[in-house]
Design a protein around this ligand. Sequence first.
Ligand code: SF4
Ligand code: SF4
Length: 339
Amino acid sequence: MNTYFINRPNLDRLARSLSKTYKVYVPVKSGEDRYYKKIGDEGLDDAVIGEIRPVQSIKSFFFPARTKVSDYFSEQIPEKKPRPVAIIGAKSCDLASLKVMDYVYMQDSFKDPFYIARRKEGLIISSDCTTYGESCFCVALGIMPYPTEDFDINLSEVGTGYVVEIGSDKGEKIIRDCSKLFQSADLYTEKKDEARKKLKKELEEHVKKSNIPSKDSIQARFRKKFDSELWDETVKTCVECGACNMICPACHCFILKDQKADKGFQRLRLWDSCLLMSFARVAGNANPRKLLAQRLRNRFDKKFNFFPDVIGKFGCTGCGRCTEACPGKIDIREVLSKL
Ligand code: SF4
Ligand code: SF4
């Protein structure tokens, strides 16, 4: 894989140049957290390229919380094409979630034109984590705290700039078109490798404290615990808010809603939550998962049993967001440790 080096002023120039074609988003800091913000005249002045994943995941760029899918119940797809999005600073855990999202929305029989258009036209410039958050546990699931695939370009912070790796033809073209901004990475690759190794080790030490079972045993352990007390115990503090689903980069369920518009009606696709009573309810009020404990178990079933079967990967990337968002203080690491 070809590698280069880009210093921070030149990365700023690259971002400004990309903003002529793309809506460019970067993580910025707010208190202790990071959020994606669209860059304007300030360029990358307040951008945080390293550190850890922002509060919101990148799924909202490809699968927004609310999408108009049709007017007047027409089969026509709304014409308006949004400007493509470039995300700078996406983290490894969020890239891993794209495997789940792509399976759900791009596979042969169920192609979603909205998702596919956004994915194909979008640009992902990912970056290595330079630290870890208290709730992070990606390494327990075999995901590194630095991107290894599914990016167009990756940035690894070293000193006053970044080692740049190309991950796709799209990324290669961008680097070719702006070649003056890049220089040889020879002086920096060793530092990059050392930084990665050090962070991985520190994160592994941190994750050890949670007693999460080895990744290869999680699915079998889940199956054994399917009919256990674990779910009744865990669900005691759940208030059925759905925050765990909304914040999760790999949760992808939606509901279609028809509503009155200025002229006639429109159909919307909205994020849905499998923790909510209404999620699986069908006509006649029948509900295969009436109990909250069944719905909580279903969430784990999908992530740690169903997805390993269908794509050979977990439907969880260890980002820790659900642990931070849960008002009931349900920590996914604790649930996994009890398996
Ligand atoms: S289940 Fe929780 S830790 Fe896993 S990817 Fe979703 S939000 Fe992150
Ligand atoms: S975030 Fe916590 S309280 Fe809310 S639905 Fe999920 S598990 Fe329940």
